[in-house]
Design a protein around this ligand. Structure first.
Ligand code: S3P
Length: 174
């Protein structure tokens, strides 16, 4: 299936809980491409969880780690991977420029209510540790939606679809 993507990566962006991890795993299996999950790479490199990095070093340091990883992917010419991005990566303009160079960007779009249902029992996301996570999701999504759209080569509406349906839709549109 390598001919489908050519010498490029398939990069999945979207809000926390939009299904990037599950869909990227399915995509990597279907297309027989290796998978890079930026959160996992950062956790492995640091030997700490995202929560611990946020608590000890703060969000700004975490954002620098994300940018450094994108720069490494670009300069070391990592190509023909499926890359699942942490949900905040496209917020920085520098990152959006790097994403455009790195690969085909697929935005997994989801409504706040869908996202809330997917993340409400999960304590792995420091930004959603608030009294009213749904309000926080709405606030962040309002700020981020146009940025996700700005960098996207393809937008997939995911509400009400299974991960396999989403995966097939992406492959059909590649
Ligand atoms: C974040 C999303 C998370 C993780 C961190 C910050 C964000 O990744 O990078 O908690 O700012 O949206 P997922 O989108 O994989 O949950």
């Amino acid at each position: 299936m390598l001919e489908v993507v050519g010498a490029s990566n398939i990069v999945l962006e979207g809000f926390m809980g939009s299904g990037k991890s599950t869909v990227s795993e399915l995509l990597s299996e279907e297309l027989m491409l290796e998978l890079i999950d930026t959160d996992e790479v950062i956790e492995d490199t640091e030997g700490r969880t995202i929560n611990e990095i946020f608590e000890t070093d703060g969000e700004t340091s975490f954002r620098e780690m994300e940018t450094d990883l994108l720069k490494a992917i670009d300069s070391d010419h990592w190509r023909e991977f499926v890359i699942s991005l942490g949900g905040g990566i496209p917020v920085k303009e520098e990152n959006r420029e790097l994403l455009r160079k790195i690969g085909k960007v697929v935005y997994l779009r989801a409504k706040p209510e869908t996202i809330f249902e997917r993340v409400k029992d999960d304590d792995k996301r420091p930004l959603l540790k608030t009294e009213d996570p749904l309000a926080k999701i709405e606030e962040l999504l309002e700020m981020r939606a146009s940025l996700y759209e700005d960098v996207a080569d393809m937008i997939i509406d995911t509400d009400g679809k299974t991960p396999m349906e989403i995966t097939r839709e992406i492959i059909d549109k590649l």
